[in-house]
Design a binder for this molecule. Sequence first.
Ligand code: NAG
Ligand code: NAG
Ligand code: NAG
Ligand code: NAG
Ligand code: NAG
Ligand code: NAG
Ligand code: NAG
Ligand code: NAG
Ligand code: NAG
Length: 677
Amino acid sequence: MITTAGSLLFAAGAIATTQPAATGLGPTSFAPPGIFPTSVYKSYFNNPTATSAQPQPVISDPVLHSVYPFALTNPKNIPQNDTKDPHPLPPVASSSQLVQAAITQIESLFTNPVFGSNTCASCQAILEVLKFVSLAAPQETPNLVVLLCEKLDLSSNCEDEFGPLTLGSTLTQVLANADVGGYDGQAICGNFLSLCPMPTTSPLNLTGWFAKPKPNPLPSPKKPSGKLLKVLHLSDMHIDPRFATGAEANCSSGLCCRENAFNKESPQEPIFPAPRYGAFLCDTPYSLMLAAVQAIPVLTGTEKTGFDFGIYTGDLVSHDAENELSRDYVMYAETVLYDLLKRILGTGPFYVALGNHDTHNEAQDAPHSIGGALAEQFSWNYDHVTSLWQHEGWIDEATVQLARAHYAGYMVRRTDGLRVITLNTDFCNSNLFNYINLTTSDTSGMLRFLTDELQDAEDAGDRVWILGHVLSGWDGTNPLANPTNLSVISVDRFSPHVIAAIFFGHTHEDQFQIFYANNGTVMSAETAQTVAWITPSLTPLTNLNSGFRMYEVDSATFDIVNAFTWKADVNSFSDLDNQTEVGPAYVFEYNTRETYGGSIEGFGPNDPLNATWWHLVTEAMNTTTSLVTTFNTFQGKSSARTTACTGDCIQARICYMRSGSASLAFANCIPGFGSVQ
Ligand SMILES: *[C@@H]1O[C@H](CO)[C@@H](O)[C@H](O)[C@H]1NC(C)=O
Ligand SMILES: *[C@@H]1O[C@H](CO)[C@@H](O)[C@H](O)[C@H]1NC(C)=O
Ligand SMILES: *[C@@H]1O[C@H](CO)[C@@H](O)[C@H](O)[C@H]1NC(C)=O
Ligand SMILES: *[C@@H]1O[C@H](CO)[C@@H](O)[C@H](O)[C@H]1NC(C)=O
Ligand SMILES: *[C@@H]1O[C@H](CO)[C@@H](O)[C@H](O)[C@H]1NC(C)=O
Ligand SMILES: *[C@@H]1O[C@H](CO)[C@@H](O)[C@H](O)[C@H]1NC(C)=O
Ligand SMILES: *[C@@H]1O[C@H](CO)[C@@H](O)[C@H](O)[C@H]1NC(C)=O
Ligand SMILES: *[C@@H]1O[C@H](CO)[C@@H](O)[C@H](O)[C@H]1NC(C)=O
Ligand SMILES: *[C@@H]1O[C@H](CO)[C@@H](O)[C@H](O)[C@H]1NC(C)=O
């Protein structure tokens, strides 16, 4: 510090011009001396008269009696942050204050004219508010969602759907984890609320997805043995142990044939009392279930021999409202139905895929990557079903462990060489957890598992059947586009040499979908690679007959050589009430080869009903539309309520048959004709 003496102010060396500018004023110009008037301040941090830097006077605060340090004004080292000031923040909000603020902000977002008619922008903005409540006060989100649901009139019973005891807690996890301001949020607003356009399918990053390129040429096909295996395919049994005989079977909403179901036109007295064996708007009562259990071995001619094996493509549990479901109710259905499957089948194993109803909450399964305890929240279900499958003798301990690690999906290599891969397709459908990081297309790793298993099968020269519940294509309304876009690429890579057939359920209707090479750029008999059989349900829901199927399968190629489908006429079930002489008849519906094969050139009676054959069937349908009429009848299992397929429906259906993925259906097909309803 340099101290100066003297108190001369503005004196020595000042230069003034002598000529006054005008009378009474000083000189016209003035320049002070070049030396800093050091006497102004008592002391300096530097030499105030140096010409190389500005003077740094020492300033003391007369009120605080403190000296401001040189560091405050040192031009060579300006402080970059202020650690001394208190920088006050608002107090941490309590949970209830958070909710209040969220409500006010959501109100503002609703009324802010800046959004105009951009419902998508306001929807995503509202999701942002919910996201931060979900992170800071997760216990508050479900009730907030219920409020919002009521305000937007999204449901007649918001509490029962989105309250803390139903989907509210799942939704809170998803909001906390998803990119709600980006792709995930747009998809949520698009798919569930129709407030956004659906975001475009994400481009896939296929770098490293396949361990090896597709073999070229493909290994030569296996030689058929000519020996046929009998394989039972059941799906969507949806047992309703709460079915109330005599309750309203023609209810106005929800699941009918329940004590709480009613028709608005006659709330007190059922218009159509539930027949003992079931009805079109109801799930499978025990009486119908056991009628099927008794009929299947007789009709399929397997009473003495049993089946070689069976496949079950998901959905055991009834279509109860969310608030009537529980973990115990799901486990009850699993216990009852796997036991009945075992009794139907006799000796062979059943291979089983989980359906969207075979979990709780309905359709929910969390990806491992969510981490921590949340990653384990559905383990109770994987543990339960795999233990039951092991108990029935269908899978061994190693497979139990494999399935527990893959959301109940597993691979079994049979002693005859067929590999069966089962998938949990909740990672391709409306499962809310799929909306976390949806752009990655395989957050759960389910498709990674499938692709790795297919590679192992290719390396071993084995053929594979894939079982899933929710179909990947058809009219595209069931699966999500991103995962199915990825799944068709894996199917293409391993077809036709590895994948012999694919099996789905879910729609309750009798359908199929063909997968082509190069994502269907050319759809022809030459490019058709594999086919997915979508098998009809045992439940009559909705407006369908009850049905099941058996395949004859070559024991060396595992190609399907024929398929036989049976049905029971639900329309006649009332006639069976009030008597015990006779139960509902299951009758033969159709033989697939006989029904369509007459039009197909070049396929002998022992050639498989493979993708080539099915493609030729679609070509025949295009020229002989009566084949589409036949297909339509069977699609509804010959139900009295099946509506006709005419006009645009004909081309639409053929197009769905050729759509292995949702993206293909959306790109190519007329929408709106997927179902016979
Ligand atoms: C702020 O300054 C303090 C004191 O110099 C220092 O310890 C700290 O690392 C600085 N912080 C940042 C973010 O620069
Ligand atoms: C599906 O994935 C492919 C491969 O990455 C990509 O080219 C295509 O754009 C995706 N589909 C859509 C509809 O974006
Ligand atoms: C694509 O995936 C590979 C392998 O996982 C990764 O190394 C690469 O960074 C990814 N590329 C992009 C553009 O994400
Ligand atoms: C079912 O109820 C509706 C009215 O809700 C009525 O129009 C219809 O005829 C009824 N159908 C049967 C089979 O009872
Ligand atoms: C979603 O993506 C983010 C960013 O890559 C990642 O940190 C997070 O773990 C992912 N969440 C899940 C559930 O996979
Ligand atoms: C289907 O079977 C026929 C007749 O055996 C055969 O020529 C054709 O290559 C097969 N198609 C596929 C996709 O495997
Ligand atoms: C069956 O019996 C119940 C009463 O036990 C009666 O209400 C119903 O009308 C009867 N149904 C038929 C088809 O006779
Ligand atoms: C059906 O046939 C017509 C006329 O031959 C043709 O234009 C059309 O592309 C065909 N459609 C399909 C789905 O094959
Ligand atoms: C397949 O084709 C459809 C229709 O052109 C397209 O939307 C989709 O992205 C394609 N998928 C892949 C995996 O390339």
